[in-house]
Design a protein. Structure first.
Length: 313
């Protein structure tokens, strides 16, 4: 079983606008509401691809109940720790021919008792898990090293962790003695770990950084380059992934779908090239759907065959 962790889930609301007008009334052409947060997007894609997955994290209030109802309707197994605070909302405004403006709430403040309860629940879930994904931000009340604590618990039970976060939480995990099996930064997030600005066009600099001692102990690093694919470190080898142009409908959740692909590939003990191609394929398939964290499994093989992965010397 793959276990997905979403510590700061949300009701994701996407509003489709022709044009975003500042200081004016904006009327949406369409609204889509999903059980969201990066980890739940990962969960949904793994489930849609037919693999055994359970979602965990923190949920509270009426919004938390709504998320559980949505997951139940999708027949997704959920085992969340209940909190007293209200789960947050996240708003995405899709406008002006592909632009995206987001408004994200911080989320509830977690108490010390709720923190301890989740750690106990997580420890029990590890006994049934082959691999764990951890995604997204932390709610208030949890320190940046909280993910590091989860990684240590998983390491004690020989369960691999795939971590997709940023900022202080990512920095703490990279510096820890108990490392995740994989991290998934974009180029800017990778650069932030070494106090350097990088964009996703500078593939040579991304490759150079991945070969530095800072990242030597991390087995997997999948560095997203957006529509340019990815550069992936596996052990001492670097790979370049190139993806075809697709008719993208919405990019929201494509990074999470890519993590789902990494989780599926690694949990199935596939070869690195197949793992990378699976990741890229699911990211593309998500971009081709209007709903966040959704893919069409029937299209998988077609686009899998179009992804190119080659070694970087």
């Amino acid at each position: 079983m793959i276990l997905t962790v979403t510590m700061n889930p949300s009701i994701d609301m996407a509003y489709d606008l022709d044009h975003l007008q500042i200081d004016q009334v904006n009327r949406a052409k369409a609204v889509n509401k999903t059980a969201g947060g990066k980890g739940l997007n990962v969960t949904r894609v793994i489930h849609q691809m037919g693999y055994d997955v359970t979602a965990t994290g923190l949920l509270g209030g009426k919004f938390g109940e709504y998320i559980l109802e949505k997951l139940t309707a999708e027949q997704i197994t959920a085992d969340f720790t209940k909190i007293s605070g209200e789960t947050r909302n996240s708003i995405a405004l899709l406008h002006d021919g592909g632009k995206q403006t987001e408004v994200l709430e911080k989320g509830p403040k977690i108490t010390a008792i709720e923190r301890a309860t989740f750690l106990k629940d997580f420890d029990l879930l590890l006994d049934k898990s082959d691999l764990v994904t951890i995604s997204g931000s932390l709610p208030q009340g949890l320190s940046p090293d909280f993910y590091t604590e989860l990684i240590k618990l998983a390491t004690q039970k020989n369960v691999a962790i795939l971590l997709d976060t940023s900022g202080a939480s990512l920095a703490a995990a990279v510096k820890s003695d108990s490392l995740p099996l994989l991290i998934k930064p974009n180029a800017a997030e990778l650069g932030a770990l070494v106090n350097k600005k990088i964009d996703d066009q500078d593939t040579e600099e991304v490759a150079r950084l991945l070969r530095t001692p800072t990242f030597a102990k991390l087995k997997w690093i999948s560095t997203s380059l957006g529509s340019n694919g990815a550069i992936v470190k596996y052990g001492d080898q670097l790979y370049r992934a190139e993806i075809p142009k697709v008719a993208a409908v919405s990019p929201v959740g494509s990074g999470d779908a890519s993590l789902a692909g990494l989780a599926v590939g690694i949990s199935q003990h596939r070869e690195p090239v197949d793992v990378i191609k699976t990741s890229m394929t699911l990211g593309m398939l998500n971009a081709m759907e209007a709903a966040t964290g959704c893919v069409d499994p029937k299209k998988f093989q077609k686009y899998f065959d179009l992804v190119k992965v080659f070694k970087i010397n």
